[in-house]
Design a protein around this ligand. Structure first.
Ligand SMILES: [Zn+2]
Ligand SMILES: [Zn+2]
Ligand SMILES: [Zn+2]
Length: 746
């Protein structure tokens, strides 16, 4: 049993919970009820802290990872967080690189493939001296071993021949003939001279002499030696070198096939682009020509990456199994099978993760672990169903069950009924948000939830519902991409993923901006807020710009001669320079994602000591940033601008969110609502008339009760003359809309 006692992180009220290993538990509750505080900020944070401490020791900053506010956590195995938070997929990651497929292919191609000279295309196969000797021993009979030496045009021929003779060699091969050095006229010497190292009648008892000869020839020939038998030359190299082109190649290691490593195109530094244009040297492939000239089973690495998982799996069944390739092939085929299983079997392995749909990205994220064969781990999963259509949610649930079946414990924070229905156990937090939440109000089976007298129970059992459509008549229409979109009403754009909902909304937002009678267009999607450690709700909404002069105008501020700029998080002059006002320090760990710890200089308080002494309404700058809108509203009410911002944040369901919480820790749903709050605060000041709100999946990450609050808010805005166009999968939202536009699958 994993035992948690007295959890008090954020708003949790001393929560106790036992979790049985090998189960799927879903945490539900409204935004700010405390479910993420327990799942991520307590269970996962503690697991990560213990892991880091074991890994890098207390010295290297791990100890500054804050210990969650909890009395006891017992029996906690290693935890892995699967969330949409964090910096998101890097723009350079692909299906292959974000799984282990790229790394395995690299090993396979490097270990079993053949290098080619990029200049002439000839294969370059370095051999060890033992391999060369073994091959020469295979044919008995006369053998001449030569070392080709490039004498260089300027070297004086006579001096060169004397030098060779001085080394103890007596013959050279010139024009297909072996001749004694003293019989050669200097002008007959070619550019590349073949020095005869030894002439041997090969038989098994000549092993020692052959070994000596090969070693000497390779030394004199700088890695190249030529065996001359029965009138035929066989060339050997003991290092990656093309004798015809006098070109040395880098050693064939998996590293050579990596655009993050030795294989990076030198012109574009492995980025594939130079000055925003495709790199001409590598054609955007990011690999240098030496890397592209390595082939295995007829293709180079890029050729294999062009395959889908399904194609590669079929081809791989024909790859030769050796002691070296066997284990790699087994691993590879297993990973490809998982990709196929999660519905990514037909996607190119080279496809950028950023180009995948939200559902595909989510499945890819989980697939990495399903294929990883980890057992006895706690997975903490954040909103796995966000932005997915129902079919995709079913698939994701199937993957979560696989993690459980492999012997792991899965904790999911989610509102989607399909995910809840799949749970072994449901834990509901509430009853409200912030100060009104932080308790467990329900703990039991899915069946018990159906009859529970709780907010989630009522929604799950269908006893609560969103309001039905008011059937508003549009006040006008706007033609976008061949379709009529209503103004002054609510439109739901529906259709499966990939049907072009987001694209239509983007076109609509652009068209609306130029339409008559439209004063403002607000386009809020999941990516609309900067997700960096230094942005936060206070700076993003503009709230902090209102607060800064207020802080400066206090008595403490005036006696220190402060202006608003001392309270800026973006410019120096008052903020902590060690962390540039983020309060965080980034700890970089090899092979693991970066971890943020509290800044040791300001102890996470973001400002210099004298700035922190300033108080407005009894609160210092860091206390203001640590406060949530719900907490601050009663304290700061009375100042109209502040009240407007804080109320808007509460209205969109972000009443629990600390104003200074770093942007990179916001979920996609939170980021979108943050943008909505900023726009609402502006609309309240200027009026909603003529405002067009374009929303991408506005219910994402929201409890149905929070969706109801949001709908009430949007209803008010539309009543006041605003327009709402939204892309959604949410049946309740579609029912509430005045019109539905269903896009067909493409
Ligand atoms: Zn060559
Ligand atoms: Zn390049
Ligand atoms: Zn600092």
């Amino acid at each position: 049993m994993i035992r948690i006692r007295g959890a008090r992180e954020h708003n949790l009220r001393g929560v106790d919970l036992d979790l049985a290993p090998g189960t799927l538990t879903v945490f539900v509750g409204r935004s700010g009820s405390g479910k993420s505080s327990l799942a991520f900020d307590t269970v996962h944070a503690e697991g990560q802290r213990r892991y880091l401490e074991a890994l890098v020791g207390r010295e290297r900053g791990a100890s500054s990872l804050a210990r969650p506010d909890v009395d006891l956590v017992e029996g906690l195995p290693p935890t892995i967080g699967l969330d949409q938070r964090g910096s998101g997929p890097s723009t350079r990651s692909t299906v292959a690189t974000s799984t282990d497929v790229a790394a395995l292919l690299r090993v396979l191609v490097a270990r079993a493939g053949t290098q080619h000279c990029p200049s002439c295309g000839e294969p370059v196969v370095p051999r060890t001296h033992d391999e060369i000797v073994a091959e020469l021993l295979r044919d008995e009979g006369r053998l001449e071993l030569d070392a080709p030496v490039r004498r260089g045009g300027s070297a004086e021929a006579r001096a060169f021949m004397d030098e060779v003779a001085g080394l103890g060699f007596s013959r050279m091969r010139i024009d297909g003939e072996t001749r004694r050095i003293e019989e050669i006229a200097p002008h007959q010497l070619p550019e590349v001279v073949r020095i005869v190292v030894d002439r041997i009648r090969v038989s098994a008892d000549k092993l020692g002499r052959l070994q000596d000869a090969v070693r000497t020839a390779a030394r004199v020939g700088r890695g190249v030696l030529i065996a001359h038998r029965s009138g035929v030359d066989t060339r050997f190299v003991d290092r990656p070198y093309c004798p015809s082109c006098d070109r040395s190649l880098p050693p064939l290691e998996p590293e050579l096939l990596s655009w993050y490593g030795a294989g990076a195109c030198k012109t574009c530094d492995g980025r594939g682009v130079v000055d925003e244009r495709t790199c001409e040297d590598c054609g955007g492939t990011r690999l240098c020509e030496e890397a592209r000239a390595v082939r295995y089973a007829g293709r180079d690495l890029l050729g294999w990456l062009d395959c889908s998982a399904g194609e590669l799996a079929r081809e791989a069944s024909a790859f030769a199994r050796t002691e070296i390739t066997g284990p790699v092939l087994d691993e590879l085929v297993q990973r490809l099978g998982v990709l196929d299983e999660v519905g990514l079997g037909t996607v190119s392995l080279h496809a950028p993760v950023a180009d995948l749909s939200a559902g595909e990205r989510q499945r890819l994220r989980i697939a990495r672990h399903v294929g990883g064969a980890l057992s006895g781990v706690v997975y903490v999963v954040d909103e796995p169903a966000a932005a997915l259509d129902d079919g995709e949610v079913e698939r994701v649930v199937g993957l979560l069950r696989k993690l459980v079946d492999a012997g792991n414990t899965v904790l999911v924070v989610e509102h989607h009924p399909v995910v809840i229905a799949a749970a072994d156990r449901v834990v509901e937090f509430g009853p409200g948000a912030g100060q009104q939440g932080g308790r467990i109000v329900f703990d039991g089976s899915v069946d018990a939830l159906r009859v529970a007298e709780t907010t989630t129970g009522a929604w799950f059992a269908g006893r609560a519902a969103l309001p039905a459509s008011r059937g508003r008549a549009p006040s006008g229409r706007l033609r976008v991409d061949g379709r009529e979109l209503p103004l002054g009403a609510v439109l739901a754009v529906t259709g499966p993923n990939g049907s072009g909902k987001s694209r239509l909304l983007e076109l609509a937002a652009t068209a609306a901006a130029e339409a008559e009678g439209v004063s403002r267009v607000v386009h809020a999607d999941q990516r609309s807020v900067p997700r960096s450690p230094r942005s936060n709700a206070a700076t993003y909404t503009g709230l902090w710009d209102v607060l800064r002069p207020l802080l400066a105008s206090t008595r403490e501020g005036r006696v220190r001669g402060f202006s608003a700029s001392q309270f800026s998080l973006n410019t120096n002059g008052g903020r902590c320079e060690a962390c540039k006002g983020s309060g965080l320090r980034r700890v970089t760990l090899n092979l693991l994602p970066d971890v943020f710890t509290r800044c040791p200089v300001c102890d996470g308080r973001r400002f210099a000591a004298d700035v922190l002494e300033v108080r407005w309404k009894g609160l210092s700058p860091d206390e203001l940033l640590a406060g949530s809108p719900s907490e601050l509203l009663p304290v700061l009410a009375g100042h109209p601008d502040l009240e407007r911002f804080l109320r808007a944040l509460v209205d969109v369901g972000l009443g629990y969110l600390p104003l200074g919480q770093p942007g990179h820790t916001l979920s996609g749903g939170e980021a979108q609502r943050l943008k909505l709050a900023r726009e609402l605060a502006r609309a309240t000041k200027r009026g909603a008339e003529g405002t067009v709100l374009v929303l991408d999946d506005p219910s994402s990450g929201l409890h149905p009760e929070d969706v109801r609050v949001l709908v009430g808010l949007l209803d008010q805005l539309v009543d006041a003359g605003a327009t709402v166009w939204m892309a959604t999968h949410h049946r309740g939202l579609v029912g509430w809309a005045d019109r539905e536009l269903a896009l067909p699958a493409r």
